[in-house]
Design a protein around this ligand. Sequence first.
Ligand code: G1P
Length: 293
Amino acid sequence: MTTNIGRVRKAVLPVAGLGTRVLPGTKTTPKELLNVVDRPILSYIAEEAREAGIEHIVFVTGRSKQAIEDYFDHQIELEAQLAAKGKTEILATMNAELARPGEMSFTRQMQPKGLGHAVWCARDIIGHEPFAVLLPDVIVDSSPGALKQLIDIYSEVGGNIIGVEAVPESETHKYGVVDPAGDREGRRIGMKGMVEKPAQGTAPSNLAISGRYVLQPDIFDLLTDQQAGAGGEIQLTDAMARLMQSQSFTAVEYEGVTHDCGDKIGLLRANVALALKRPDLGEAARAALSALL
Ligand code: G1P
């Protein structure tokens, strides 16, 4: 078993998905740019990546996703108008999110061939170094952020790290699920396998792969010839299961609340939960919700 420990500087964000579960809202707006309270889902994900020390974000995009690139660039006319009106606070918030020069790359997945294929599309930009993957449907509300928690453990144990969360048995068929091994050490769980979208009643555990990974670049060689798996798609989980034959994998049940924002109720829940926590909005949000309920 190799236990490579190199610094994790780059992250892949696969943002080519069509957002079919939240149509028609995503007909003209990429699902990653749907608002949660007052900023897009992607803003939370970029913040989590930067907090974890990520210096370069690779977006794997698709057609109709140009607005994602624009979101991290200046909007000169809007900024000039806000400045003229003295709206300095929101201007400062917006400026803090802008891409630093050279911080972001954009490449396209031209056909929807699955998550494994999307990650593989980033191979040349990542090169030969360990990297993170953050699925942009998923906001993890935690401090420190989920990716930072994974990277902290990675810097101790190396290899490959997969963020997991316990889900009800009845939900395991919707996820990749890990097969745990050995004793658990705090939030760290040893692994002996993993399976993508197991048929109901066959999952090896209730620990679902939730959308945060630290991977060694050797995964790209395996993805090159990875055959289609669950749903007829090239699955990252299948390539990781093959990589497990030669490299260590550790599952981490990070601390925090996971919101699946690619789903109607998940998006609603994220809006409510994060509004209630906001110092500037919490009280008003609670009053509005209580009146409704
Ligand atoms: C993907 C991954 C799966 C993971 C899930 C988390 O599936 O393939 O392993 O559990 O994200 O949301 P998808 O939701 O794209 O079908």
